[in-house]
Every structure is written in structure tokens, then in C-alpha cells.
Design a protein around this ligand. Sequence first.
Ligand SMILES: Cc1nn(C)cc1-c1nc2c(-c3cnn(Cc4ccccc4)c3)c(Cl)cnc2[nH]1
Length: 280
Amino acid sequence: EQHENPKREWSLQDFEIGKPLGKGKFGRVYLAREVKSKYIVALKVIFKEQMEKYRIHHQLRREMEIQTSLRHPNILRLYGWFHDSERIFLILEYAHGGELYRELRKKSYLSEKQAATYISNLTQALAYCHEKHVIHRDIKPENLLLDHEGRLKIADFGWSVQSRSKRHTMCGTLDYLAPEMVQNKAHDYAVDNWTLGILCYEFLYGVPPFEAESQNDTFKKIVEVDLSFPSTHSVSAEAKDIISRLLVKDSSKRLSLQKILEHPWIIKNADPSGSSNMIK
Ligand SMILES: Cc1nn(C)cc1-c1nc2c(-c3cnn(Cc4ccccc4)c3)c(Cl)cnc2[nH]1
């Protein structure tokens, strides 16, 4: 279809704009429909003066080039982009299921099957990124969307400058950062393995493991890896085992992406089709 042809020059006239879907620091995302093919997309609008102000245009260009080259069922597609005098428009895959986080909040916590399916999806997407030498995909819950089959989609564009600045300025969201990140040490892609541990815990308990009243307390709990499993509801020993093997201070000792996919908890609970259609 049209949207598969990346060479095509797009313009705003090619789209009918629908309701706003969400907003970030540099712009908003709208539901949109390509006029000729009636194909539904998400159109992300970034204001150039915002981009200049935060000096991110070369970073944005590089991230967009990377994102266009990524093809994976658990990574949201970037079909193309165009710009006018004051805005840049990204033509993105539309995830019909919306934010994974909304579902987590609605259910307070997920079943082990659902959590394991999402962790397996994320791990496969990260393994794909790492083998293409694309690291630090910045997997944070607000970047996780669901398609119409309940399949997880990483929706970030490595907006590392946005998320990094967001991370430093976002109130209270140290929760997903590895010790080496919060201590501003050199970090590599093993930070993503740590984040998978945080997300796994949060999917199963509804809250991140090091959540605390103040950022300072969270900081201390992260660097001390002060991990405990509440007995509010029963969680399997295998689930606790995989979390304990990911939330390890020494980044070289964290379970590798390959080992995650071979872990008994994943083998036993993850839905091989990748979509986690739970019985409604
Ligand atoms: C919300 C929502 N509810 N339902 C039913 C579907 C969606 C949906 N949202 C998206 C979205 C979407 C929206 N907002 N955001 C967050 C954002 C926005 C601007 C800058 C940075 C980050 C992503 C996308 Cl990209 C792609 N597909 C999406 N689908």
C-alpha cells in the first residue's frame, strides 16, 4: 500500500486529522487517515521551534533514520515523515489497543501469563534492536502500546534526548532507572535488562519495586537493590526468580536477553503467538 512506499513525498493534504491521542514534551499525536487508502495512522506533530530550542534536530534525524529501518512485530512502525514551515510530522503505525499502562491500572496487576507474554515480546524486540546495534530503547511503561490483538508495541523513537531530559525533569520517575544510570556511571544495553526486571515486577504487583515517598528514597532503594516481594497476592517462585536475576546491581551478572527467553517462567507462561489475548 501507499504507506509502504517510503520514497513517496507526503504532505498534510494526504491526511484527514482525527482526535488527539496523546501529548509529549515536543508535540502531540493525532489519529489520522490517509485520504486515498483510508489507512489509519497516528500522526505525531513536533514543533520546529521547540526542536530548535532543545537543539534536538540532528538527534531527531538520526533516531528517525534508525526507526524507519526497524521492522519488528513489537516495535511501532515509522512509515515516513514530512514537514511544513513550523512543524515536523511523523507518520506512525496506529496501535488500536492504546496504552498498556491504562490496562495495568484498570486491572491493578496482570496474570502471570499476560505478564510473561509482554516480557517475552519486549525481550524479543530488544534482542532485535541489539543485533542491529540499536541500544537503549528506553523502555518505559508510557512508551508501551497495544495493537488490536493485544500485542505489545514499543512506541518510543529512542527519544533519548526527550526521555533523558524528561527522565531528569520528570517528577518521581527514577523507578525504571538502573543503578549505573542513577549514579551517572557509564551504562550499556544491560540497563534494558534491568528495566525488564522492573517492568516484570510492576506487571505482577501493580507497582514498581523501588517506589518510595521521595525520589531520594527511591534512589537509595535502587542503588541498594532493596527488593522485596509483598505477599498481597500469590506470585509464583519462577516469577520471583526471573525478577531476582534481572535486578542485579552488577550489570554483567544480569540475565541475558537469550536467557530470559529460555527461563522456565517464560517457557511455561508466555503465549508463543506473542499476542496476549486474555479471556475478556
Ligand atoms: C491513547 C490511545 N488510546 N487508544 C484507544 C489508542 C491510543 C493510541 N495512542 C497512540 C500513540 C500515542 C499517543 N500518545 N503517545 C504518547 C506521546 C505523544 C506525543 C509525544 C510523545 C509521546 C503515543 C501512538 Cl504513537 C500510536 N498509536 C496509538 N494509539
